[in-house]
Ligand binder design. Sequence first.
Ligand code: ATP
Length: 681
Amino acid sequence: MVASEANRDILNGVPSDAHVVEGFGDPTSSYIHPPPELSSNTSNAVSIAGSNGVYSDALPMQPPPQAPRSTDMSNAILRWDRLTYEVDTKVGKSTNTRVILNEITGQVCAGETIAIIGSSGAGKTTLLNALSGRIVGGRLSGQVLFHGSRRNPGTYKRLTAYVQQDDIMHAMLTVNETLTYASRLRLPNSQYTQSEKSERVASIIKKLRLEGIKNSQIGNAKTRGVSGGERKRVSIGAELLTDPHLLFLDEPTSGLDSNSSQLVVELVKQVARERQIGAMMTIHQPSARIFNTFDKVILLSQGHIVYFGPTATAINYFAGIGYQCPMHENPADYFIDLMTLDFRTEEALAESRSRVVGLAQSFIQYRSKNELADNTTGSHAGEKSELTSVSDALLVEVSPRNSWIFEYKTLVHRDSTNLMRNMTFLLSQGFQSLATALIVGFMFFYLKHDAISVQNRLGVLYVIVLNATFPVVMPSLQAFVQERDIMLRERASAVYRVTTFYVAKATSFIPIALITGIIFILGVYLISHLVFDAGKFFIALGIFACLNIVSVAFMLLIGCSVENIDIAFVIGPAILTLQLLFGGLLANPSTITPVLRWLRWVNPVYYAYAALIRNEFAGMTFDCSSGGQCYENGEQVIETYSMGRFSIWANTLFLLLIAAVYFVGGYAMLRWKIKPKYIWV
Ligand SMILES: Nc1ncnc2c1ncn2[C@@H]1O[C@H](COP(=O)(O)OP(=O)(O)OP(=O)(O)O)[C@@H](O)[C@H]1O
């Protein structure tokens, strides 16, 4: 169905032919000043009147428009109608409803780049999130149509791309590797060969002008890498690999200098035009040049639309309602000042509030006049009713996933490449193991078989257990929480399955824990001379390896359960300390109050320590010739310390059971965390 002209205007905001700006951005040229002469020399013209910011009648007759590239309804990729978002806020005991977005209407067409501009708290990010399907909590109403149909959450997130404000990426990978792994994970093998994927990466690198730095590492706060602008372009590149229909960008210029910002915006616009996709971005105080780059702008104030239409006509629109942008002032700054509430004094607040209300009303009046015209034709309503069903046709277009095993291999490869380059992490782990082995080994140097050695043997075994807890959990916890955040971003675009991520993570952390663990236990065994028997050594190694696996699983459980690393660093050590307290050395398990005694049954440290003690002391005899209190054999030690309840194998089995529970618990927490809580209309 062909939309009416009026309908087109409503959705496109102010019509492109409403006003014309000549030489915009050029200080030597002048802007056109439409009111009030317009009304006098045009037949069906609108004059936009007055300083009270309220429209008068009619439509402007103006010179040919500087039309945005695409305003045809048939080209509309996304349309939103009367989008309203409310949240409940608690004030004391009462609950108030706060309207964050107020009846926002508009559309983005193929090839268009639209900026959402407004002062802080205007609702820019909320609007972007509502349109991209990433809004959580609150109530969303109105209608959003994707290619003329209601959005299907499953397909929508795979056909659109979202570039977050924070570019979280693997610091140690190069630009080329980052995009290559992204292409492997995001592009289906059934449709692309590996060489086609590489070609696509090369073309993105070229398009986003990243050739000069394609072999540079991404870097992070600790390791110098590419610049902020380059990083942003890499993020955009990763999202563009899949040919999304829509590209959403949250503050892509934040933290960038003006040249980098300009480049990012220009490249987005260029890509949007070339690929005929729609691009929408929130932006803070763009320079005049950047402002002029956008095809259209949505100016938001306090959740209300103050202007939506071609960038080129914004100045004249505002001039028409009595706000003439001074010749040499950045229009974006001028509009933001107009839209911002001034909290300095009561009077200033009242004045700015009435100005903002006037601006919003002006736009509402403009829109309602067009809606009225539209209702007389009835075409708009008819079209909407046809468009409310979810499009199944798009389901066909969504690429199939790659196989589980391919995703897993790619993720493990990516993780290990990143990890192998993280020399600080690897060296600190290796050095810590070696240094602790030497210190502990020499502390308990060459243990004898006398009465005193019992205490030392119990001590060294406990240090072995301890070394498989804190030193394994804490460094990997930090690394994992960072990786988890990358996964949450990639999962939002359905890049891979949660299971592949989770299993790949476990697979990449366990070998490091085991290798560093072997260095440690080998050193301690050789120097301190615990029971020098190959069989017993390998059993101890096996028990130690199982405890390491439990620790990795525990790290995953904590890492998947917490919101951020700060909380992880509080909860993790607290639980580990508890485990060590109840591990069997500091207090005899049989003497602990029954209220707390049960804790040992869920304590991996207890099982590992018990197994190590049984392994060490079983069959051992002691030289009691020096007199005093003395254990005659190892069995007496095992019994005195209440460690003989289970066999070595049973203890090890319990350890593995606990590891399994932790693994499953971590996975459940991760799934729960990423379970879509987004609300849709
Ligand atoms: N779920 C929510 N609950 C309560 N308040 C919310 C919620 N979502 C958004 N807000 C509030 O709505 C307002 C708009 O938020 P939004 O993040 O969209 O602003 P913004 O224009 O992007 O601001 P900035 O430029 O500072 O990021 C803010 O005052 C914010 O605190």
